[in-house]
Ligand binder design. Structure first.
Ligand code: 5GP
Ligand code: MN
Length: 339
C-alpha cells in the first residue's frame, strides 16, 4: 500500500463509520482471526463494525474474543444484507475474488460501500478501492498487524487484537513452520505476545480440543492414504459414508492433508472429501518447494490459493475425481521429481 492510500484510509477512519468485515466461505483460523482482530481495532476508533461470515466455522475457532458477535450470512441473511447495503466501508479479508464468499457474491458486488481488500492469495480480482495484496505474507493476520502499523496505530494493539491475530498467524503458518514464516513474522508474533496474546492457551484452544470422533476419523483417513512414488505424490480420500460414520462436524478434516506431505520423499499431497449435500468433492492440495498447487488447482480443480497450499472442487464422483488426479500426475512428474 502506498503512502497516499494510507493517508486516505487514515482520513476515512478519522470519523466513525459503518463498517462490515467479510472473510471467505468456510472461514479458517486466519479468516476468523483477521476479521475479529480488525473488528477489535475498529471498535477502538468508535466505528460501528460487524463481522459477517458467509457460513459457519469450526468449533476450535469459537473461543476468540467477541466471536459470538459474528453474524452468519446463511442464517441471518436479511440482517446481513441490510448491514452490507448500509455500510460506508467493506473490508474483504483473506480472499481474492467475490465468488470466494459463496452466496454473498452478488450482494457484495452490488454494494455501494468503499471496498478495502487485505489478502495474501494469488491473482486477486480488481474490485477494491484500496488493495493491500501481498502473496509473500504468511497470513492475512500478519497483514492486519502491518496495516495497523502503517496507520501508525500499533499503540492501540490490545490483548483482544493480539489474541485474534496470533491465532490466525499460527494456523496459517502451520504453527510457524511453513516457508511463508519469516523473521518479520516472528517479530510480529513476539510483539503480539507482549501485547497480551497468551500463546500457550491459544495453541491449546485450537489444537487440543479434539473430539474422540475426530481422532477416529483421522485414523480412517490415514488408513485410506495412498502413495504414488513415481510422482512423489500421496493422497487421502474420505467418503460421505466415512464422514457420517464418525459423526463429522465442520473442521474435523482440517489439517489432515498435511499427513500425506509428512511422508519422506513426498512433494505433493492431496485430500478428496465427498460432500453429498453440496454435490462436490472438496479438494485440498499441499506441496513442498517450488511446485505450485495453485496452478494445479486452477488448471484442473476449479480452485486456487497459494504455491504450497490450494483448494478446489470437483463435480465428478469421488472415484472419477481420483482417476482424474492420477491421470494428470504424469504431466507433473518432471516438476515433482525436481523437488
Ligand atoms: P484449503 O485446502 O485449506 O481449503 O485451502 C488452502 C488455501 O487455498 C487457503 O489459503 C484457501 O483460502 C485457498 N483456497 C481454497 N479454495 C480456494 C479456491 O477455490 N480459490 C482460491 N483462489 N483459493 C482457494
Ligand atoms: Mn489466509
Amino acid at each position: 500500500m502506498n503512502k497516499q492510500d494510507i493517508e486516505r484510509i487514515k482520513q476515512l477512519l478519522s470519523a466513525p463509520k459503518k463498517i462490515v468485515i467479510v472473510p471467505h466461505k468456510n472461514p479458517d483460523g486466519d479468516a476468523i482471526g483477521s476479521t475479529l482482530g480488525l473488528y477489535h481495532y475498529l471498535l477502538k476508533g468508535n466505528h460501528q463494525a460487524t463481522v459477517i461470515t458467509p457460513n459457519d466455522y469450526p468449533k476450535f475457532l469459537k473461543w476468540m474474543p467477541s466471536e459470538s458477535s459474528i453474524l452468519k450470512y446463511d442464517s441471518k441473511t436479511q440482517e446481513c444484507k441490510d448491514l452490507i447495503n448500509e455500510a460506508d466501508i467493506i473490508f474483504t479479508l483473506d480472499f481474492n475474488a467475490f465468488h470466494r464468499t459463496g452466496h454473498m457474491e452478488n450482494v457484495l458486488a452490488e454494494s455501494k460501500g468503499l471496498k478495502i481488500m487485505i489478502d495474501h492469495h494469488q491473482a486477486p480480482d480488481d474490485y477494491a478501492t484500496f488493495m493491500y495484496s501481498d502473496v509473500s505474507m504468511s497470513s492475512t493476520c500478519q497483514m492486519i498487524y502491518h496495516f495497523i502499523e502503517m496507520l501508525e496505530d500499533l499503540n492501540e494493539l490490545d490483548s483482544n487484537i493480539a489474541t485474534c491475530l496470533y491465532a490466525g498467524i499460527m494456523t496459517d503458518t502451520g504453527s510457524f513452520r511453513f516457508a511463508s514464516t519469516t523473521s518479520t513474522t516472528h517479530k510480529v508474533v513476539a510483539d503480539l505476545i507482549e501485547k497480551g496474546a497468551k500463546n500457550s492457551d491459544i495453541h491449546n484452544n485450537v489444537y487440543d480440543t479434539n473430539s474422540y470422533n475426530r481422532l477416529q476419523l483421522l485414523g480412517c483417513a490415514l488408513n485410506n492414504l495412498k502413495v504414488i512414488p513415481e510422482s512423489k505424490a500421496a493422497y487421502i480420500t474420505l467418503s460421505q459414508d466415512e464422514l457420517n460414520k464418525y459423526n463429522y462436524s465442520k473442521g474435523d478434516t482440517e489439517g489432515v492433508v498435511n499427513y500425506g506431505l509428512s511422508l519422506d520423499g513426498v512433494a505433493l499431497a492431496a485430500i478428496f472429501i465427498e460432500d453429498k449435500q453440496e454435490g462436490i468433492i472438496k479438494i485440498s492440495l499441499r506441496s513442498k518447494g517450488n511446485f505450485s498447487v495453485n496452478e494445479m488447482s486452477r488448471t484442473h480443480f476449479n480452485g486456487g490459493g497459494h504455491t504450497n497450499a490450494a483448494g478446489g472442487k470437483s463435480y465428478l464422483s469421488l472415484k472419477d475425481t481420483i482417476e482424474k488426479f492420477i491421470s494428470i500426475l504424469p504431466s507433473y512428474n518432471k516438476a515433482l521429481n525436481d523437488e
